[in-house]
Design a protein around this ligand. Structure first.
Ligand code: C2E
Ligand code: MG
Ligand code: MG
Ligand code: MG
Length: 281
């Protein structure tokens, strides 16, 4: 009896695993197809600088629109793209698009650097530097106009490679930000030693900082540490005025979140910048 139960349980699990594997395979095929058909879009979300009183940068965020018009979240397909290696062509596509769009904005009179998310799989790829420098050069965008966002996980592994890549990026004038800061485990020594320009405080801390004192304390500590290491600070996921005011009080100058703008297609971002410009003039 017990044996029978064990067997049926085994069958249940193996069928569930097979179903998951099939779903991933299907998703992989769809990603490949979407790449070939150039279906992926890049949206942009600006970051607001208090001291400048204007938008100072924008983040490129990939979007996958389905036939019915709905969008699939990158949180769903980026992990599959990473596991299948498809993140390599996907990541270059985003970088290329982002450089060209930032250049277009520059020519329209808006000098706003663009920040591009880089997955750890891309970062560790042998040709990563060549890809970045090649794409940047081909686009014609000045290097100071490009920033790359990596996560803490990248810092924690393969120190020799990480510092080589970061040094090269710095030597070429490309800025580097640590995304979702505070969620991983960064050694403070790495932060001090590596050429990093920006810390992006994870939105999880910002979300709860008004109701949870320890989150507010963590944000405060990150800001102080960033200041001590001479890093720029950006807060992600700012949704209301109270959060913005508190962040400003704590010394965080650059804010990103729905309070200022949602990620939007390039044309909409351009309109937003135009209208802000007119308002300021
Ligand atoms: P991330 O880089 O930390 O990006 C921030 C995410 O928070 C974005 O989600 C953005 O739309 C969302 N967000 C912005 N403001 C707010 C806010 O005020 N409230 C809330 N609740 N959310 C806000 P999105 O676009 O779904 O991207 C999710 C993640 O997918 C990104 O997190 C990034 O890790 C990854 N990703 C997106 N595009 C790319 C890409 O081109 N390449 C790679 N490798 N990863 C990407
Ligand atoms: Mg990011
Ligand atoms: Mg983030
Ligand atoms: Mg994230």
């Amino acid at each position: 009896e017990a044996k029978k139960l064990g067997r049926s349980r085994y069958r249940f699990f193996s069928e569930a695993l097979e179903a998951t594997a099939r779903a991933r395979l299907l998703l992989e095929r769809h990603i490949r197809h979407a790449l070939e058909q150039r279906i992926f879009e890049v949206f942009y979300q600006p970051m607001y600088s208090f001291s400048q009183g204007s938008f100072c940068r924008m983040e490129a965020l990939i979007r996958w629109r389905q036939a019915d018009g709905s969008l699939i979240s990158p949180n769903e397909f980026i992990p599959v793209a990473e596991n299948t290696g498809l993140i390599i062509p996907l990541g270059s596509h985003v970088l290329q698009r982002a450089c060209l769009d930032a250049l277009k904005l520059m020519r329209a009179g808006f000098t706003i650097p663009v920040s591009v998310n880089i997955s750890a799989v891309q970062f560790r790829e042998e040709n990563f530097l060549e890809m970045v420098l090649g794409t940047l050069n081909e686009s014609g965008l000045p290097a100071e106009m490009l920033e790359l966002e990596i996560t803490e996980g990248v810092l924690a592994t393969d120190m020799a490679w990480t510092s080589k890549v970061l040094e090269e990026l710095r030597a070429n004038g490309i800025r580097v930000a640590i995304d979702d800061f505070g969620t991983g485990y960064s050694s403070l020594a790495y932060l001090k030693r590596l050429p990093i320009d920006v810390l992006k405080i994870d939105q999880g801390f910002v979300r709860e900082m008004l109701s949870d004192k320890s989150d507010a304390d963590i944000v405060h500590a990150i800001v102080r540490m960033g200041q001590a290491l001479n890093l720029e600070l950006v807060a992600e996921g700012v949704e209301n005025e109270q959060q913005a005011r508190k962040l400003m009080e704590l010394g965080c100058d650059v804010l990103q979140g729905y309070l200022y703008a949602r990620p939007s297609p390039f044309e909409e971002l351009e309109e937003l910048l135009q209208s802000q410009h007119v308002k300021l003039a």
